[in-house]
Ligand binder design. Structure first.
Ligand code: NAD
Ligand code: DAU
Length: 332
């Protein structure tokens, strides 16, 4: 594909995707991003202007979406309101961006007969018990818990309906928790790293037994590139790297890597409706498309991420105070 429209490309995963796609393909890329509190031009500096352009605008803007989709070969749709805690405080932007925005893109790719890849999350499947031997597969029934995950589930179902009813050329991927550079400091791992830089004790929700299945952002994005290249139209692929860890253990690892005692953290209010465990079985992606994660060692990926936040304070400092003020209001 010679030209890609990447929505949400100024966010965490999208900006890392743009860098990977420019390095590993010949495509030119236009990012469509409304630069919300979670989108930053600073995440896209230094890219070749001959192959990269940023358009500031919303995926809910009918005219703009129509014009941009018509001008590109394919769309990769990352744009979303992405944070569960925010969706508990105010679900309304989640309904707009995640549902209405996806609808606008689907109608545009339908009109102009373009290839579409939909980025989604393992949270659409709800959660698992800690001792459940099963993991999520493409056949697991949808059972979302939060306003965020419900809107992501709804957007996936819109894609499936547009494939079946209108023959839209779409694929979907559902990935587990990403970590790596350029992630907003509202999220678990960067919040704790930047807290420690500021001399604040890390904050663990509830007892911290909740399990997340961590994957490096570059592994998520290499899988997306592979699906764009060889994925079967109409199919869903789960993306995961066998990275299950409970939150308590992750905080202890961060403390250890940052030279602090491993019990130097605080328990704070739990998240309402907090999903207990996510775990991905990515056999279909691996067997069908031959994809494998490159970052197999969470310890060294986490150490590199800590180093990145230490070296890039200018990137995260402007968002830190407002983020912590928001958490303080709800006792987190
Ligand atoms: P993020 O919050 O860091 O970035 C979202 C980006 O979307 C921002 O740049 C924001 O400005 C942009 N955006 C928001 N509303 C918009 C609108 N109306 N129009 C245009 N742009 C808009 O999120 P992220 O963590 O990079 O997540 C990206 C995608 O990946 C989301 O669809 C999310 O559901 C999915 N996902 C995330 C994870 C994870 O661990 N972070 C895991 C699986 C799937
Ligand atoms: O599973 C994929 C999902 O992963 C994505 O769809 C979401 O966009 C992404 O935000 C992420 O959702 P989580 O809610 O799992 O991520 P978060 O970083 O908010 O929290 C990870 C875990 O850490 C979760 O169990 C809540 C807990 N937590 C979070 C924060 C911010 C804490 O214990 N302390 C904290 O300070």
């Amino acid at each position: 594909m010679s030209s890609l429209l990447v929505t949400g490309g100024a966010g965490f995963i999208g900006s890392n995707f743009v860098r990977l796609a420019l390095a590993e393909t010949d495509s030119s890329i236009t990012v469509l991003d409304s630069l919300t509190y979670a989108g930053f031009e600073a995440s896209l500096v230094g890219l070749d202007p001959a192959r990269f352009k940023l358009v500031r605008g919303s995926v809910c803007d009918h005219e703009l979406v129509n014009e941009l989709v018509a001008a590109h070969d394919a769309v990769v749709h990352f744009a979303a309101e992405s944070h569960n805690d925010n969706s508990l405080n105010d679900p309304s932007p989640f309904i707009q961006t995640n549902l209405v925005g996806t609808y606008e893109l689907l109608e545009a790719v339908r009109r102009h007969e373009k290839r579409y890849h939909h980025i989604s999350t393992d949270e659409v499947y709800g959660d698992l018990e800690l001792d459940d031997p099963d993991r999520f597969t493409e056949a697991t029934p949808y059972n979302p818990s939060s306003p965020y995950s419900a809107t992501k589930a709804g957007s996936d179902l819109l894609v499936r309906a547009w494939v079946r009813s209108f023959g839209v050329q779409a694929t979907i991927s559902n990935c587990s928790n990403n970590y790596g550079p350029f992630q907003h400091v509202e999220k678990f791992i960067p919040r704790q790293i930047t807290n420690l830089v500021d001399g604040i004790r890390p904050k663990l929700y509830g007892a911290g037994l909740n399990v997340r299945d961590w994957i490096h952002v570059d592994d998520h994005n290499s899988a997306v590139l592979r699906i764009l290249e060889a994925g079967r139209i109409g199919e869903t692929y789960l993306i995961g790297a066998d990275g299950e860890l409970d939150n308590k253990r992750v905080i202890e690892m961060i403390l250890e890597l940052m030279g602090q005692p491993t019990d130097a953290y605080d328990h704070v209010n739990d998240r309402a409706g907090h999903d207990l465990r996510y775990a991905i079985d990515s056999t279909k992606l691996r067997d069908e498309l031959g994809w494998l994660p490159r970052y197999r060692n969470f310890d060294s990926g986490l150490a590199a991420t800590i180093a990145w936040y230490r070296e890039n304070e200018a990137w995260w400092r402007p968002m830190k105070q407002a983020t912590e003020a928001k958490y303080a209001k709800v006792g987190q």
